[in-house]
Design a protein around this ligand. Structure first.
Ligand SMILES: O=C(O)CCC(=O)C(=O)O
Ligand SMILES: [Fe+2]
Length: 335
C-alpha cells in the first residue's frame, strides 16, 4: 500500500508498466498552463489561463517543480492504489456505501447503475465519491470502509492541496473578470459546507464487440475539476459545427483541469464548461483497466444551484427527464 515514506523518490503518476498512449491518433490541443508561472503571477500565463477557460474550459496544468504541484502528484499517485484496493472489495461490501437511496451523491455507484443517454443505456464504470465535508470533519462522519480509514490523512492532504490550486485559479479568473477582490474564492471557502468530493473511477477493459461509452457525455456541474488520468479514454467535443470527439492524452506531471457549469452560470456564459465523455482507452491501452482520481470543487451549499446529479441513476431516471438532467451543453447554442 502506497503511502511513501519521506526518503522514497516521488512515485511516478504514470505506472511504467502501462502501455503508452498511441502517437498516431488525433488528440485535443489543450493549452498547457504552468502552475509555477501562475504561482509567480506571470501576467502572460494568467492571460493564457483566461483564454483556455473561455475557449474550451479544459487545459493541462503542469504541476512539476512546485511545492503544491509535487505534493498533489505524489498524493494522486498514492490514491490510485487506494482506489484500486477499494474497488477490489467484494460487491456486497461496496454496496453498503451506496447512499443514493438517501439522496446523497457521496459513496459508491455500482457498475451499470447509471444511464448514459436518453435511451437508458447503462454506463460501464464504478465510482466512489468521498466528501470533503466528511474528511475535514465539517459534517458528521459517513460510514466508510475500514480500508479507507488509514488513508484519511492522505485524502485530507489531497483535498487541501487541490483546494489551494482551485483558489489560485479562481483568483486569476477573478482578476480577469474584474470582480471585487476574492469574489469567486468567497463562494468556495475550504471550511464551509459544499459538495466538493474526491472521486475514484474504475472502468474494466472492454470486449472489442462492446463499443459502449464508459461514462456518457456530460458537463461537470460544479466549479473546477482536477483530474488525474494514466490511460487515455477521456474525450472532449471541441466547439464548432462539424467537431468530432477527440481523446485527451494524459501527460505525466500534469493534471487535466476543466470548468463546470457553476462557472458558466457565475459568468453568464463567458467561461466554458465543455462536453466530455469516457470511452475505451485507445490502441495498445485497450486491454487495461482504467482508473481515474478526481477532485470536484463545487460552490458552497449556501450558493443556490439546481441539483441534477442523481437524475441519471437507474430507478430515478425517466426518458422524459433526460433533458432536465443535462448541463449547460446548450448555452449559447454551441453543441
Ligand atoms: O475518468 C475520467 O477521465 C473522467 C471522469 C469524469 O469526467 C467525471 O467523473 O465527471
Ligand atoms: Fe466529468
Amino acid at each position: 500500500m502506497a503511502i511513501s515514506s519521506v526518503s522514497d523518490p516521488l512515485p511516478p503518476l504514470n505506472k511504467p508498466t502501462l502501455p503508452p498512449f498511441p502517437t498516431t491518433i488525433p488528440t485535443a490541443p489543450l493549452h498547457r498552463i504552468s502552475l509555477s508561472k501562475l504561482l509567480s503571477h506571470d501576467p502572460r500565463e494568467s492571460s493564457r489561463l483566461f483564454t483556455a477557460c473561455k475557449d474550451l474550459g479544459f487545459f493541462y496544468l503542469d504541476l512539476r517543480s512546485t511545492t503544491p504541484g509535487d505534493s498533489l502528484l505524489a498524493d494522486a499517485a498514492a490514491l490510485f492504489d487506494v482506489g484500486e484496493d477499494f474497488f477490489n472489495l467484494p460487491l456486497e461490501e461496496k454496496m453498503k456505501y451506496d447512499f443514493s437511496g438517501q439522496k446523497s451523491y457521496f459513496g459508491y455507484k455500482g457498475f451499470g447503475t447509471a444511464v448514459i443517454d436518453r435511451k437508458g443505456t447503462r454506463d460501464r464504470n464504478e465510482f466512489y465519491n468521498i466528501s470533503k465535508n466528511d474528511i475535514l470533519a465539517l459534517s458528521p462522519p459517513l460510514p466508510s470502509p475500514h480500508l479507507l480509514l488509514p488513508h484519511h490523512p492522505l485524502l485530507s492532504s489531497f483535498i487541501r492541496t487541490s483546494h489551494t490550486l482551485v483558489h489560485l485559479l479562481l483568483s486569476h479568473l477573478n482578476t480577469h473578470l474584474r470582480l471585487p477582490p476574492s469574489t469567486l474564492q468567497n463562494l468556495h471557502r475550504l471550511h464551509h459546507l459544499s459538495g466538493d468530493q474526491v472521486r475514484f473511477v474504475k472502468a474494466p477493459p472492454q470486449d472489442p464487440s462492446d463499443s459502449r461509452t464508459a461514462l456518457g457525455e456530460h458537463t461537470d456541474f460544479g466549479s473546477i475539476t482536477i483530474l488525474f488520468n494514466r490511460l487515455g479514454g477521456l474525450q472532449v467535443l471541441p466547439p464548432g459545427e462539424n467537431a468530432e470527439w477527440v481523446y485527451v492524452r494524459p501527460l505525466e506531471g500534469d493534471a487535466i483541469v476543466n470548468l463546470g457549469d457553476a462557472m458558466v452560470k457565475f459568468t453568464n456564459g463567458l467561461l466554458r464548461s465543455n462536453l466530455h465523455r469516457v470511452v475505451a482507452p485507445p490502441g495498445g491501452q485497450k486491454g487495461e483497466t482504467r482508473f481515474s482520481v478526481v477532485y470536484f470543487n463545487r460552490p458552497e451549499d449556501e450558493v443556490l444551484l439546481r441539483r441534477r446529479a442523481l437524475g441519471k441513476r437507474v430507478g430515478v431516471f425517466r426518458e422524459e427527464e433526460w433533458e432536465r438532467g443535462l448541463g449547460t451543453e446548450r448555452v449559447g447554442g454551441r453543441l
